[in-house]
Design a protein around this ligand. Sequence first.
Ligand SMILES: NC(=O)c1ccc[n+]([C@@H]2O[C@H](COP(=O)([O-])OP(=O)(O)OC[C@H]3O[C@@H](n4cnc5c(N)ncnc54)[C@H](OP(=O)(O)O)[C@@H]3O)[C@@H](O)[C@H]2O)c1
Length: 230
Amino acid sequence: MRVAVFGANGPTGRHLTDQALAAGHEVVAVTRRPGSLPARPGLTVAVADATDPAAVDAALGGTDAVLSALGSRFSKETITTYSASATAITGAMARHGIKRLLTVSSSIADPDWRPTGAHFFNHVLDPLVNRRLGHTLHEDMRRMETVIRQTNLDWTLVRPSGLFEHPTVTDYHTAATSADGVFTARVDLAASMLRELEERRYICTAMGVITTTVKPNIAKLIWNEGVKKK
Ligand SMILES: NC(=O)c1ccc[n+]([C@@H]2O[C@H](COP(=O)([O-])OP(=O)(O)OC[C@H]3O[C@@H](n4cnc5c(N)ncnc54)[C@H](OP(=O)(O)O)[C@@H]3O)[C@@H](O)[C@H]2O)c1
């Protein structure tokens, strides 16, 4: 399959690109920063801001499916990256007749999801990071989900929990709507999206994905995701 990957130079997008190429797909890596992606067999780099409808339209010509791992940083200001990119991507897909879309969202986008982790996560990290600092981001993620739900595409909203780095794919768990767990390795998130591309178990619904067999070190997680990534 020829798949477009949005956010291809981001941490999840890199796993998606590597795993898709390894699985024998051709990848069109869509990015604002082409220099960040080294040339490899099977990889085409398309330069586009994902919120620019004309640029997205040009990038998607000739692709069979779209995988998006786009993301934005937390901000006090209104965030529109998720909803604006969803509008541009779904519009271009409709014009090109591309039906299959898998987009990364979050467990937080499920209004009924509640963390069932350790006390510190449930009572400190989740309320402070997800609900307060991440408020505007998650508002826009919900707008993105609404944009996608209103299309006639074969969409899947992929909802991971707190992301962390792990070197190898684990025996991750998926569930309809959202999954009961607080962490997801990015490598598992990417693997679940590529498996769902083949299996089509969660068409026109949300798929939760969590990692259960390994856990991140919380201090490392806060350093990597909250401090180093900025
Ligand atoms: N962190 C968590 O715990 C957590 C939990 C649940 C869900 N999520 C979601 O999971 C997704 C992936 O997260 P991540 O940490 O792996 O990646 P990330 O750091 O959020 O990467 C974002 C990617 O999106 C690209 N991007 C942003 N705006 C763009 C635009 N307008 N046009 C083109 N590219 C654009 C960035 O490219 P540039 O390099 O050009 O900026 C980058 O490649 C995000 O949507 C995030 O919100 C995260």
